[in-house]
Design a protein around this ligand. Structure first.
Ligand SMILES: Cc1ncc(COP(=O)(O)O)c(C=O)c1O
Length: 397
């Protein structure tokens, strides 16, 4: 599609398929080209010097910018509704970049108290060594959030729905607080993807993704993304270029391919997960199910406002705690016993001993990560097969 043929009133699904990619002018290739080149020749010494003054005007060196990753940046920025995006070697590299871009020694950061275990480890163990004070708050409690903020606070980081308990945070309410105190609001949108939740509409300044998950969708790469408007470009770009945690052009290309089917996959993840969640909720050996599409979810009303679907991750607690959970995970065979989420394959795991094992016992208890909690990322197999597999495993405890 050439630029003049592009409509700006396209449906979201059309944007997911086409993105901002203009057909390769040299060949007409419909799939974007992969540019593996680490370096790019200058037309003259003067042009090289000019590019170093403004690297966004062309290509110099792949750590600074690459044509394939730029296609991905344009696409994800457009899908999230921002003007800019940057790609990172992993979700963790993206989180590290956004925190170091805005907070340094003597500053504080408000952290939602339930986040992915790797984010917890980064912000409890590694980053405090730089002199940053991380303040862990239950962001469903507005007064607690307000009370945690002072003049040193530069950033708020929330993950919603939270991994693994599916706690939903009110982005609009957080944004109002952040704007009042002149704090950047960062939302980890990994679980929802822009197809099901657009944090910008609710006032988020920056959206972060572990694109390893639903955006890629096939469990075949590790990648991170940040989406934001122009004013945030300089600080984030410099951290990426200086620390070098870039995404390779090849992985950018796989991710572009994955995103083309995002809407179709996400619709089916939502449909399958709703069926599995309803099955689990009715099962006599299951004590509690956490899925924002169930009326029993504590933030069900908020989830209806903030999501257009509830994605594919479910947490549930079974009778018999940790030992019973181990039995279930060792019995299933349609579900794969593995960490990560958002793949076409259904993945099942035990947060307390696996993804969230970086939490102290006290922090786990505060965040609701109980010893008996199991997390399942519902894939795209036939839902009856997933349900039969879980039923068979639950019958054995
Ligand atoms: C919600 C969330 N954020 C961030 C990350 C980290 O991403 P990555 O593993 O791509 O570094 C994960 C990984 O599981 C996650 O689930």
């Amino acid at each position: 599609m050439s630029d003049d043929k592009k409509s700006h009133n396209e449906h979201y699904e059309t944007m997911v398929v086409h993105g901002d990619h203009v057909l390769d002018p040299a060949t007409g290739a419909v799939a974007p080209p992969i540019y593996p080149s680490s370096t790019f020749a200058f037309k003259s010494a003067d042009q090289g010097a000019e590019l170093f003054k403004d690297p966004t005007e062309g290509f110099i060196y792949t750590r600074i910018g690459n044509p394939t990753t730029h296609i991905l940046c344009d696409k994800i920025a457009m899908l999230e509704g921002y003007s800019h995006a940057l790609t990172f070697s992993s979700g963790m590299a993206a989180i590290h970049a956004v925190i170091t871009a805005y907070a340094g020694s003597g500053d504080s950061v408000i952290m939602s108290d339930t986040v992915y275990g790797g984010t917890n480890a980064l912000c409890r163990n590694t980053m405090p060594r730089l002199g940053i004070d991380f303040r862990w708050v239950d962001c469903t409690e507005i007064d607690d959030v307000e009370n945690a903020i002072d003049d040193t606070t530069k950033l708020m980081f929330v993950e919603t729905p939270a991994n693994p308990t599916m706690k939903v945070i009110d982005i609009e309410a957080m944004s109002k607080i952040c704007k009042k105190h002149n704090i950047k609001l960062v939302v980890d949108n990994t679980f929802q993807t822009p197809y099901l939740q657009k944090p910008k509409q609710f006032g988020a300044d920056i959206v972060m993704h572990s694109a390893t998950k639903y955006l890629s969708g096939h469990g075949d790469l590790v990648a991170g993304l940040l989406c934001f408007d122009k004013e945030d470009f300089e600080p984030l770009f410099h951290i990426l270029v200086d620390t070098g945690g870039i995404l390779s052009p090849f992985n950018a290309w796989i991710l572009l391919r994955g995103i083309k089917t995002l809407h179709v996959r996400m619709d089916r993840h939502c449909e399958n997960a709703q069926k599995v969640a309803e099955f689990l909720e009715d099962h006599p050996k299951v004590d509690r199910v956490w899925y924002p599409g169930l009326k029993s979810h504590p933030q069900y009303e908020l989830a209806q406002k903030q999501h257009t679907g509830h994605s594919g991750v479910i947490a549930f607690e079974i009778q018999g705690g940790r030992e019973a959970g181990k039995k279930v995970m060792d019995t299933v065979h349609v579900c794969t016993l593995a960490v990560s989420l958002g793949d076409v394959d259904t993945l099942i795991q035990h947060p307390a001993s696996m993804t969230h094992s970086s939490y102290s016992d006290a922090d786990m208890a505060k965040s609701g990560i109980t010893p008996g909690l199991i997390r399942v990322s519902v894939g795209l197999e036939h839902p009856d097969d997933i349900i039969d597999d879980l039923k068979n495993a639950l019958d054995k405890i």
